[in-house]
Design a protein around this ligand. Sequence first.
Ligand code: OFO
Length: 174
Amino acid sequence: MISKKMEKALNDQIAMEGYASFLYLSMATWCDHKGLQGCYEFLRRQAEEEHMHMLKIFEYLSDVDGFPVTPGIKQPPHEFDSVQSLFKSVYEHEQKVTKSINGLVSLANSENDYSTQTFLQWYVEEQREEEALMRTILDRIQLIGDGPQSLYFIDKELEAINKQVAAAEAAGGE
Ligand code: OFO
């Protein structure tokens, strides 16, 4: 049995994960239109991951006799100034999600809700990994710089990172 307050907070997280999925899908589409196939594939996979994060909370809420609410997703932006600023937004969004997950953990702690605390540990770890990954991408983009061929090299870099992440996920069974 889950408290109404915890149920509501997890439903808010469902909406946040759903929005992240749509935001990354929108970013992926923008990259595709710019011919940035590596960035497109990376963001497309991220969008699917966020969708999976959303569904995990659905399943958990049902397991603990809560009611998962299918969220209304607000329209994400579909125009971006540059690939650099796009990935900066991704990083900032991930930081926002981490803050939200930390808030959920605090709430679960304050309610002595050990089941939800345990469930959320997966998200704590996931956010640590995602923030580290996005920081790595921003560092690489900065190293490559914004010279005339930078987009080509940024895209190649994202293609390589995407392959590494996908291989690690496949090895970890996720
Ligand atoms: Fe849902 O993992 Fe980041 O946002």
